[in-house]
Design a protein around this ligand. Structure first.
Ligand SMILES: *Cc1c(COP(=O)(O)O)cnc(C)c1O
Length: 231
């Protein structure tokens, strides 16, 4: 099942690139494996996946130990400051930085462990109450402050778009995030580049790619529906 799903995602990705005159090699697929067992991750690994995304620190750290060393781990979920120390040396990219305090903690732990940590700034692009992320009009200021911290590198922006039935409804938000990233890159802030645009999930990644995503985060579309334990 995973092999077929992946083939479908790559096919859709290629189509979205054709629609928008982009090169599929510009877009990285992150297999979002949260809640899924190692056997399923290994199946994706055997199909060639090397980039995996998790949203919980403990789960990322566990899977990090159990999966082959050449896997690249993306932290895509909300990160608590007291858990930063467990992942600064494990995640290639932390997608979900939305406050100076969190960035300071990442910087501090990175310095301690003598690593450079790459991050994205999470933007609450649709202004949803329930979502994490900095307000679009506050992103530049936050970026200017974080850019001064040692051992941390800003690589771009990330957003989680609203849950919608029709992915076209999210096109405006993806376009807005792209525009924000272009605006910020034109400011030429030291230590900051805007090469990465992490947007698009199972329901809307084709639209996200058409609007300029360089990183799509696909879970359900590869591994199937997630089941969360009943509380
Ligand atoms: C779970 C999750 C995804 C993947 O969602 P799907 O709809 O299953 O593709 C992407 N991004 C973030 C931040 C997530 O938490």
């Amino acid at each position: 099942m995973i092999r077929e799903n992946l083939a479908q995602v790559y096919e859709n990705l290629k189509q979205a690139c054709e629609n928008s005159g982009r090169n599929p090699e510009e877009v990285k697929l992150i297999a979002v494996s949260k809640t899924k067992p190692i056997e399923m991750l290994m199946e994706a690994y055997e199909c060639g996946c090397r980039e995996f995304g998790e949203n919980r620190v403990q789960e990322l750290a566990d899977k990090y130990e159990r999966m082959p060393e050449d896997v690249k781990w993306h932290m895509i979920g909300h990160l608590q400051r007291n858990k930063v120390k467990y992942i600064v040396d494990k995640a290639v990219l932390i997608h979900s930085v939305d406050s100076l305090k969190l960035a300071e903690e990442i910087s501090r732990e990175a310095l301690k462990k003598q690593v450079e940590v790459s991050i994205l700034i999470e933007v609450n692009i649709a202004g949803e109450e329930s979502k994490f992320g900095v307000r679009p009009d506050e992103a530049e200021n936050l970026i200017r402050e974080i850019a001064q911290l040692p051992n941390i590198r800003i690589k771009g922006l990330m957003a989680v778009a609203p849950y919608v039935e029709n992915p076209e409804e999210n096109r405006q938000y993806f376009a807005r995030l792209k525009e924000l990233s272009v605006d910020i890159s034109l400011k030429n802030i030291d230590n900051v580049n805007m090469n990465v645009l992490s947007m698009g999930m199972s329901g809307d990644y084709m639209v996200a790619v058409e609007e300029g995503a360089t990183c799509i985060r696909v879970g359900t579309g590869i591994f199937g529906e997630r089941q969360y334990p009943v509380k």
